[in-house]
Structure formats: structure tokens, C-alpha cells
Design a protein around this ligand. Structure first.
Ligand code: R5P
Length: 300
């Protein structure tokens, strides 16, 4: 039987693309809030004995997660053979240690909760900085897709003479992969973060790249402060207005407008999180990972 792909609200476009690529059927669900704020979920399709794939990207996760867990549980109760999760953006990966005494290590708790509700998961470039593998916190198989080849392809088609720039040392893993495949030079800046929205960036030795188009690449654009400060610094150092590329464009509050005001030439994101800046489709990448799950999965 073909797998059944069900979109949680807001994920219809990605789920549709994915179902087409997988040759899967699409199922539907209904969800709303009761007057008291509690969540109602109803599966409007027959999931019995089906391999069900729930698609829910997990930016702004607190509201989405409970609904997702209720849906997964209902799908299982109603007799699904397997319940998988496609979460192109996976939340709660950044609080991966106690930075201050007494802090909750939410990445661990979140992993335990999702692992308890799904048989497998596919995600894209989770924020794995201080952990080397998803299996350190997730107890289900997790296939990790990397957006770098898709970003490289986009740059190759849309930017002439690029210099790929990471806003901080942590971004070197994406920037080096993208630049290497694009045959472009790359460099990373030095970032110091002193608060959620307090970011300083130091730029060194970039004068030689003044004849190139800077392409700032990072995994997450959240408050946008990292990209905003980096954009201003590059322009202040005499570089051309940069193109900004984020794998996961969360764009909290007015982040997108602030990046435009900072002087960005163009702001681009993947469709891991639906946004007007989406220009890079990851559905094929995710489809391949799901197809590989049935063969020789490369779980990380
Ligand atoms: C940090 O390690 C990440 O790679 C991003 O640089 C960070 O999440 C961006 O956050 P913001 O947009 O809030 O500066």
C-alpha cells in the first residue's frame, strides 16, 4: 500500500510536493481550538494499516507540538502500521547544554517527547553544534538531510562571482560545503553573542573580496540580528550589498524587514519553513531520505 502523507496546518505545500515525489496518497485532518483553548484533532482519512507520514515543520513549536503529538497518537490508535515525522525544521536544538546554572536542557526533553510518538523522523540541517549526532538525544531513527547542495545550485544559477561568507565560526560547516561545490571562495566572520538580540560581529581581511557579491549563509535566521549585523559590517567594510541565504528562515517579529533595511541585496530561504523568501525547494531532498529509510538509511 502507498504511504499516506498528512499535512499539519501550514504544511500543505511541502506535503503536496513530497507526496507527489513519493508517489504517495495524501490524507487530511481537521483541527481547531475549543473555546477554552484546548486542541481538537480529527483524522479525516482511513489510516488503518497504512504507513503514515505527518509533515509538520516545527518553528514556533510550542503551539504546534501538542497538536502534532495528539495527531500522532490518534493515527497510531486508529491502526496505522507506522507513523513517521517529516519536520523540515526541528525545534529546540539550540538549548543543548546548561549555559547558566538551573537552565532546562530542552533539546533533550523535546527529543524524548518526539521519540515517544514517532517511529522515525526526517529533518533538514538540525542545529547540531555541541552534539555530534542525533542519536545522542533521539531514540528513534533520524535521517538528516543537508541543504548545502540545493543552496549551491541556487547560488550557481542566481549569483555571479560570489564570495560565500559565514557569519560565525559555527557556520563554517555549511559555508565550506556550499562554497566548495560552487567553486567559490569562502570566509567566516567572528561573532560574539551577549543576549538573544545582542550580537557583535568582527570582520577581518576581506578587502580582497570587494569585486565579488557576498553571499551570507547560515542555518537559522531567527531574530535576524546575526545576519543584520553581518550585512551592515560587510557594507561598512566596502563590500557589495550581500545576498542573505538561510536554510531555516524563522524571521521572528520584524526580522525580514530589518534585514531589508540593513541593505541586503536579496533574502532567500529554503521551504523548510513557509515564508515569502522561500526560493529553494527541499522536497526532493526529503523524499530521497524517506526512500532511503526503507533501504540503507544513513542515520546520524
Ligand atoms: C547560531 O549558532 C546559529 O547558527 C545562527 O547564527 C543563529 O541561530 C541566528 O540567530 P539570530 O537570527 O537570532 O541572530
Amino acid at each position: 500500500m502507498k504511504p499516506l502523507v498528512i499535512a499539519l496546518p501550514g504544511n500543505e505545500d511541502f506535503a503536496g510536493r513530497l507526496a507527489d515525489r513519493l508517489g504517495a496518497e495524501q490524507g487530511t485532518m481537521a483541527t481547531r481550538h475549543f473555546p477554552d483553548g484546548e486542541t481538537y484533532v480529527r483524522l479525516a482519512c482511513n489510516v488503518s494499516e497504512r504507513d503514515v507520514i505527518l509533515v509538520s515543520t516545527l518553528d514556533r513549536p510550542d503551539d504546534k507540538t501538542l497538536r502534532l503529538l495528539f495527531t500522532a497518537e490518534a493515527v497510531r490508535d486508529l491502526g496505522a502500521a507506522k507513523v513517521g515525522l517529516v519536520a523540515p525544521y526541528l525545534a529546540y536544538m539550540r538549548q543543548d547544554r546548561r549555559f547558566l546554572p538551573g537552565e532546562a536542557i530542552t533539546s533533550k526533553t523535546y527529543a524524548r517527547v518526539l521519540s515517544g510518538s514517532f517511529d522515525w523522523m526526517v529533518t533538514v540541517d538540525p542545529h547540531l553544534h555541541r552534539r555530534s549526532s542525533m542519536s545522542e538525544i533521539y531514540t528513534i531513527p533520524v535521517a538528516v538531510c543537508h541543504a548545502a547542495p540545493s543552496i549551491t545550485e541556487w547560488i550557481g544559477t542566481n549569483v555571479t562571482n560570489p564570495i560565500v561568507i559565514g557569519p560565525d565560526v559555527e557556520s563554517e560547516q555549511w559555508v565550506s560545503a556550499v562554497a566548495g561545490a560552487a567553486g567559490a571562495p569562502f570566509t567566516v566572520l567572528e561573532k560574539h553573542r551577549s543576549g538573544d538580540r545582542d550580537v557583535d560581529i568582527t570582520v577581518r581581511d576581506i578587502g580582497q573580496w570587494r569585486d565579488r557579491i557576498p553571499v551570507l549563509v547560515d542555518d537559522i535566521i531567527s531574530s535576524g540580528r546575526t545576519m543584520e549585523v553581518a550585512t551592515k559590517q560587510l557594507i561598512a567594510h566596502g563590500l557589495a550589498a550581500p545576498v542573505i541565504v538561510g536554510v531555516h528562515g524563522i524571521f521572528a517579529d520584524d526580522a525580514f524587514e530589518r534585514l531589508q533595511a540593513a541593505g541586503a541585496r536579496q533574502i532567500v530561504s529554503t521551504n523548510a519553513i513557509p515564508h515569502i523568501s522561500n526560493a529553494i525547494d527541499l522536497s526532493q531532498l526529503v523524499q530521497r531520505s524517506i526512500s532511503n529509510l526503507g533501504r540503507a538509511p544513513s542515520f546520524s
